[in-house]
Design a protein around this ligand. Structure first.
Ligand SMILES: C[S@@+](CC[C@H](N)C(=O)[O-])C[C@H]1O[C@@H](n2cnc3c(N)ncnc32)[C@H](O)[C@@H]1O
Length: 181
């Protein structure tokens, strides 16, 4: 990612108040499937933003690693984990996913909420432990104008077709998939 893009994300987060604890929760498109997420094990949140989903997983009992390009978002996420009493189960790092998924052990959950980079698909599949859960939401061309960061029709279900689908859909500019390895 260019320095300018990184600065743009930092500025966007610097303009936001640190999120309140009651904003913590699962990716909104999976709220109806919250019980499908485990309460133990390891989770990886790619492009975690301010850590709302990551801290929710930690509050459920998981050990969570959240990564994002924005140092401001990562600082907000660390602060949120501290205020939520789960700092000991959370790690947040500044990582550029243009360089790939950071190395680490297999995980029981991968969350990727409103971030899409097709180059990461294989690494995401490889990273999931047997029976692991993928929760991915992308901007979609379905119900919106085409764009370079938008998933095409059926893209998520095709890319992750090796997993067992729990929930999926697309419309109004979003595509989502919840699936288990
Ligand atoms: C739309 S936000 C979603 C944030 C969070 N997942 C959520 O749902 O609230 C997209 C996120 O992707 C991050 N991002 C963009 N490009 C990235 C990259 N190359 N590597 C890591 N993070 C990136 C941004 O900083 C931003 O936090």
């Amino acid at each position: 990612m260019t320095g300018e893009d990184r600065r743009r994300w930092d500025e966007r987060y610097a303009d936001m108040e640190p999120p309140p604890i009651d904003a913590v929760g699962p990716p909104s498109l999976f709220a109806a499937h919250a019980d499908a997420f485990p309460t133990t094990g390891r989770a990886l949140d790619l492009a975690c933003g301010q850590g709302l989903g990551a801290v929710w997983l930690a509050r459920r009992g998981m050990d969570v690693w959240g990564v994002d390009i924005s140092a401001v978002a990562v600082a907000h996420a660390r602060d949120l984990a501290q205020r939520s009493g789960v700092a000991d189960r959370c790690r947040f790092d500044v990582v550029d996913l243009d360089d790939g998924v950071p190395e680490g052990p297999p995980v029981d959950v991968v969350v990727c909420d409103k971030f899409r980079d097709r180059r990461l698909d294989h690494a995401i599949l490889d990273r999931l432990a047997p029976g692991g859960l993928l929760a991915i939401v992308a901007l979609s061309e379905v119900g919106a104008a085409p764009g370079p960061f938008r998933a095409g029709p059926g893209e998520l279900t095709a890319a992750f077709g090796a997993l067992g689908r729990i929930s999926s859909g697309e419309g109004e500019g979003y595509a989502w998939l919840l699936a288990r390895g």
